[in-house]
Design a protein around this ligand. Structure first.
Ligand code: NAP
Length: 354
């Protein structure tokens, strides 16, 4: 490993990949508020529908925002944006649970994209630290995976071994990308890498129309998809603003190292409905009951999921240990109910349930 470096993040520009994304939006918001110069990598800098939310923040903040045209699958397309940067935040990766072609739509951008960026990092002498947005998806595949772990709890020591191109391909893309990134990081000692491994990210978006499937998931609580009930499945949830803070702390704390589970609560899918009931229960068909596992299993294909997924997830808790992030990144997790209510309101106000 390199000598531990320290940075205030304001002396040199910082690079953020996937700047138009949901997680990146709050990260850039915070970086601009700190007075940083942000090199924002986007596929189309001329798409005002995607960039205007960041422009509005930049107009009010002490920091500076500069766009660069980059694509994960175009070799070298991050080189120009990386010049002079000490810190690279790599958030870009498709978060889409249903795709036509998992290799093309998930694996390639996640794995080849990460290798493309780290290749530019290797060729850019100024870079000292990479903060990679991974996921708890790189740690586990299904809730049942918690069962055989010490205290039935996931930690940063665990890796997803159950996903594949044909089963949970998004999760597979995240574990493959993170493994590939550590292979590259460990082959040199000029820069170091820290990974942020969030659970399901919730909360309002800087861009309310971000492509993240966090929005698609919440929509299912409003549009009737889940009105007949919710399977009894565990899930981790975290406020998007806590995820942004984790990235920044991972960059500025010289002692930060390795992987960080960033997850506010070990919850159940049904909790999302419980949080929303007091305000939205009368106007939206929020689920109010638990679907028995055998029914969830029977109707899985109709509900757009697999029977294997139901078998390995329903009836099992999700338990992850977030203590490393609290101790080493100083995170103070926000409660999830206000974040989920604010996100629901934002989607309602922007007609995303129509
Ligand atoms: P998002 O809003 O869909 O953001 C994904 C970003 O990746 C977008 O800015 C998108 O750019 C960019 N991107 C996709 N393909 C690209 C390509 N070929 N070249 C360049 N950029 C490309 O999703 P998100 O939820 O913020 O996810 C951000 C990161 O957090 C991902 O690494 C995801 O795996 C991770 N994560 C998310 C969650 C969650 O619950 N949301 C949980 C754990 C981890 P365009 O705007 O051009 O499409």
């Amino acid at each position: 490993m390199s000598d531990k470096f320290s940075t205030s993040l304001t002396q040199h520009p910082v690079l953020v990949t996937g700047a138009t994304g949901y997680v990146a939006g709050w990260l850039i918001h915070d970086l601009l508020a700190m007075g940083c110069t942000v090199h924002a990598c986007v596929r189309n800098p001329n798409d005002k529908n995607k960039t205007r939310y960041l422009d509005e923040i930049a107009a009010q903040a002490p920091g500076e925002l500069h766009y660069f045209k980059s694509d994960l699958l175009q070799e070298g397309s991050y080189n120009e944006a990386m010049q002079g940067c000490e810190v690279v935040f790599h958030t870009a990766s498709p978060f889409i649970l249903e795709v036509e072609d998992a290799q093309r739509d998930l694996l390639d951008p996640a794995v080849k994209g990460t290798l493309n960026i780290l290749n530019s990092v290797n060729n850019t002498a100024s870079v000292k630290r990479v903060v990679l947005t991974s996921s708890v998806a790189a740690i586990y595949s299904d809730n049942i995976d918690c069962q055989d772990k010490p205290h039935q709890t996931l930690t940063e020591a665990h890796w997803n071994t159950g996903s594949s191109l044909s089963y949970n391909p998004y999760l597979f893309s995240k574990v493959e990308a993170e493994k590939a990134a550590w292979d590259v990081a460990k082959k040199q000692n000029r820069w170091d890498m820290v990974t942020i491994n969030p659970s399901l990210v919730m909360g309002p978006g800087v861009n309310p129309f971000a492509t993240s499937d966090s929005f698609a998931l919440l929509k299912q609580f409003a549009d009737g998809t889940t009105k007949f009930g919710m399977p009894d499945a565990g899930i981790g949830l975290v406020d998007v603003r806590d995820v942004a803070k984790a990235h920044i702390q991972a960059a500025i704390r010289s002692e930060a190292s390795g992987r960080y589970i960033v997850s506010g609560v070990n919850a159940k899918l049904m909790c999302i409905s419980d949080y929303l009931q007091p305000t939205y229960g009368e106007d939206y068909p929020l689920p109010t009951s638990i679907v028995p596992k055998f029914l969830a299993w029977l109707f899985a294909p109709l509900a757009g999921t697999s029977r294997k997924f139901i078998k390995l997830n329903v009836g099992y808790a999700f338990t992850a240990d977030n203590s490393k992030s609290i101790k080493e990144l100083g995170l103070q997790y926000q409660p999830l109910s206000p974040a989920i209510n604010a996100m629901f309101k934002q989607m309602k106000d922007n007609s995303l349930f129509d």
